[in-house]
Design a protein. Structure first.
Lengths: 549, 266
């Protein structure tokens, strides 16, 4: 851009500026956009790297839409039998479905096709990673508390829909691996007493695999699920704007304000830039790292199952339970009841429901109906944090259960021993994780209390004339102190007065060993004590500078 | 014709027919059996040299005459090698699995401990203990002569459940495993199918014909040749390593950028 043009744009008398204002005015008179823009532009968002994972999920979704649209131009969702005559020699002349053949063609013969396929798949993995990390952030900081409980449920639904989108997507190429996944889905469905067989027949249009499932999954994958995801994202974002963004505790941050920067210009630039960074990283990874090499699995045939057959990572936990549970089943009135399928399915339901309903459980236990816009530091909510870590531990155990063959071969250990280790771990590990996490949280809380009361140990020790050793403590400044004393404290609810015995017990489990933040009176006493000590030290050594503010 | 028919009930007729049947079967077998049980017969000098190597390196477990050994507790130190044939020795020794480095569920592949000539001598000695599968000819394992597409189909149905669809290996029960296949010599692949080493089943010629075996070799060779069209393969282990990559490298890249963006405004 030349200097003269630049002047023209910035100069209020310039032609470009006038054109811009006339144009803006024309639009404003017809849409009243200016008030919306004015409001949005001044909307304040707090600044922290941990707040950006929801954005990563959103941007991955945009990449998914773009790359997915490209893929629909070449993918043929049909189970018609064709003979492959493309350029991939190891499959030449084989019978396969048109879906698989078109996936091969779009990978090997469409320019940029493989890159787009890999971008679509990597973006899907990143989408789910970002959703999980975002959920962890929201959970551990208590951002799901009033008024954000509904938005937590919307986010939870997005996570479930992401899983459905992923599963329906990687089943489309009709290769051996994706067919194995569908077979498991079919088996799970058929294990449901009474209605299972009907459900399976309904979904597959007859006996598995049939010729209907790919076109049906295609509609689910490119129309139904993305539309639902987009709708929920819209609700998620509108609620975000309505609630305003929560912020970390710090000087000036209260439940009635938001400390941060306005949307325009800081966040528009940041968010726009971040979109391109995410897009760029997805493109970089997709251009260099292979994902889902469908040509290696071969066209679907119900008989082969390859070693190392696993679903994408976000579905691994569902496979884990199936691998870990013993083959329990019994027959009643001639019908086989497969407990080895039913128990895992029921467990997954409860496992996910616990996450979804946590905000309501916590509200029930605290009896707290205030609005919270200042986030909790995770160690200030020991039971919640411990539950979160226990949940993640259980999740990881199920994931490990699904990867037992790969872990066994990677570390040269017996898969049988490993399976037993995971079976025991399934029951023990979450409990251990809960206890350890809670103790660590309480320890950190005690440490922070100590820090507020006595300040930072300087490692400078003075010996008095009577031999007494005194360490010089440097008190926190009031900004640091604020962050450490602002949090809420709860007392266990007492039974009676509308509080049931169960609720009182639950409340006691949460808060009976709660460590209270330092009160002003405690602080005054501690400072007095510190002042006294300091006086003694100064009497001996003369005034020292470190304690001066 | 009539004269012959008259002798139908002669007591020796049955014997004559049996003899003819045996001759026909034997002749057909010789005519049709795979030619890779080949003519490269070993010299007595090879066998003698092989015996010396065997006594020095293998006899501790397999016995002085390859008859196998059982230790005091009734466990097999080493199985009998009578009748395992030259192919088995060439595979086990040629891939470094024998002599075994340590006892365990399965012998691991390692750099070969004997050179080609010594391996040939050992094979010749063990082959002399009793008839068994021979080392296949170069022609029988030439990937260029196989059909990779057909081999791929055979591979997915017979091999992939243990060795993985990409030939990257897989776990078996109790610490046993199916090893990765992509950097294995075609001759060794053939010998493995024919002799069923370690925990592998034997795929004899009735099960997979020599042509089928060559097709499988052609397929594996093609996989090797094609490499990973999509970029770095992450070990060709499928969705688990992909997920691990997403949670580690990919997430770290994103996290780094998020941290950088979050930090800049301060």
């Amino acid at each position: 851009m030349s200097t003269t043009e630049k002047q023209g744009l910035l100069n209020p008398e310039g032609r470009a500026f006038k054109l811009g204002s006339v144009g803006a005015d024309w639009i404003d008179q017809r849409t009243s956009m200016s008030s919306v823009v004015k409001n949005f532009a001044r909307k304040v968002f707090p600044d922290h790297w941990s707040f950006m994972f929801g954005e990563v999920a959103l941007y991955s979704f945009v990449v998914l839409l773009i790359s997915g649209t490209f893929l629909t131009m070449f993918f043929v969702p049909s189970m018609d039998e064709v003979t492959y005559e493309g350029i991939y020699e190891p499959l030449y002349g084989l019978e396969m479905s048109r879906a698989y053949a078109s996936t091969l063609d779009l990978s090997f013969e469409v320019k940029g096709g493989l890159l787009f396929r890999q971008m679509h798949h990597w973006a899907a993995l990143l989408f789910m990673v970002a959703i999980f990390v975002h959920m962890f952030r929201v959970f551990f900081t208590g951002a799901f508390r009033k008024p954000r409980e509904l938005n937590w449920l919307v986010g939870f639904s997005l996570m479930i829909l992401g899983m459905v989108a992923g599963f329906s997507g990687y089943s489309l190429p009709d290769d051996v691996l994706s067919g194995n996944g569908l077979r498991i889905a079919d088996g799970l469905m058929k294990s449901i007493p009474l209605v299972g067989t009907y459900m399976s027949m309904l979904l597959f249009g007859g006996e598995f695999p049939g010729t209907d499932i790919i076109p049906r999954l295609f509609t689910i994958h490119i129309l139904l699920v993305p539309a639902a995801i987009m709708g929920l994202i819209a609700i998620h974002l509108v609620m975000l704007v309505v609630h305003k963004h929560a912020h970390y505790p710090g000087p000036g941050a209260t439940d009635r304000n938001v400390v941060g920067y306005p949307l325009f210009p800081v966040y528009t630039a940041k968010a726009g830039g971040f979109f391109f960074i995410v897009f760029g990283l997805i493109a970089l990874v997709s251009a260099t790292v292979s994902i889902n090499s469908v040509w290696a699995y071969g066209p679907y045939d119900p008989s082969p199952v390859s070693a190392g057959s696993q679903p994408d990572w976000y579905m691994l936990f569902t496979d884990g339970g199936l691998r870990l549970i013993p083959g329990w089943e019994f027959t009643i009135f001639g019908y086989v009841i497969s407990l080895n399928m039913l128990i895992p399915m029921v467990f997954y339901g409860l496992f996910l429901a616990a996450l979804a309903l946590w905000p309501f459980l916590e509200q029930w236990v605290t009896g707290d109906d205030r609005e919270h816009h200042v986030l909790d530091l995770p160690y200030n909510a020991p039971v919640r944090t411990a539950f979160g870590v226990a949940w993640i531990t259980e999740y990881i155990l199920l994931v490990l259960g699904a990867t037992n063959d790969l872990v066994a071969i990677a570390f040269h250990i017996s898969i049988n021993d490993l399976t037993w280790l995971y079976r025991i771990g399934f029951f023990v590990a979450p409990v251990v994780a809960f206890i350890v996490t809670k103790r660590i949280c309480l320890a950190i809380q005690r440490h922070k209390r100590d820090l507020v009361l006595h300040g930072v140990e300087t490692a400078k020790v003075v010996r008095m004339e009577n031999g007494e050793m005194l360490e010089i403590h440097e008190p926190l400044n009031e900004y640091e102190r604020w962050t450490l004393v602002q949090h809420d404290t709860f007392r266990p609810l007492k039974e009676g007065n509308g509080v049931s015995g169960l609720r009182a017990k639950a409340s006691s489990f949460f808060f009976k060993d709660q460590i209270d933040p330092v009160t002003p009176r405690e602080l005054r006493a501690a400072l007095e004590h510190g002042g006294h000590e300091r006086h003694k030290i100064e009497a001996l050594t003369g005034p020292y500078r470190e304690l001066e503010p | 014709m009539k004269a012959l028919a008259q002798h139908r009930h002669h007591p020796l007729a049955f014997l004559a027919i049996l003899l003819m049947a045996l001759l026909a079967t034997g002749g057909l077998f010789v005519a049709l059996s795979p030619k890779d049980a080949s003519a490269q017969s070993a010299s007595q000098a090879d066998i003698d040299a092989g015996r010396d190597l065997f006594v020095a390196n293998c006899a501790t477990c397999h016995g002085m005459k390859g008859e196998g050994r059982i230790d005091g507790e009734g466990n097999t130190s080493g199985p009998s090698l009578i009748g395992v044939g030259a192919a088995s020795v060439d595979f086990q020794v040629g891939t470094g699995r024998m002599p075994m480095q340590e006892s365990g569920p399965q012998a691991h592949r390692k750099p070969a401990q004997f050179n080609d000539e010594q391996t040939k001598q050992l094979s010749a000695y063990v082959a002399s203990l009793g008839p068994g599968p021979e080392i296949p000819s170069a022609d029988a394992v030439d990937p260029a002569k196989g059909d990779p597409a057909k081999g791929g189909e055979i591979f997915r149905i017979n091999c992939a459940m243990c060795h993985n669809a990409s030939g990257s290996g897989g776990a078996l029960t109790r610490g046993k495993f199916a090893p990765p296949l992509l950097d294995v010599e075609p001759t060794h692949v053939y010998e493995a199918m024919e002799t069923g080493p370690q925990n592998m089943p034997v795929f004899n010629d009735n099960n997979l014909t020599p042509e089928d075996k060559r097709d499988v070799i052609a397929y594996l060779n093609k996989l090797d040749e094609n490499g990973s069209p999509g970029g770095y393969s992450l070990g060709s282990l499928g969705p688990v390593t992909e997920g691990l990559f997403a949670w580690t490298v990919f997430l770290a890249l994103i996290l780094g950028c998020a941290y950088w963006l979050g930090a800049k405004a301060k």
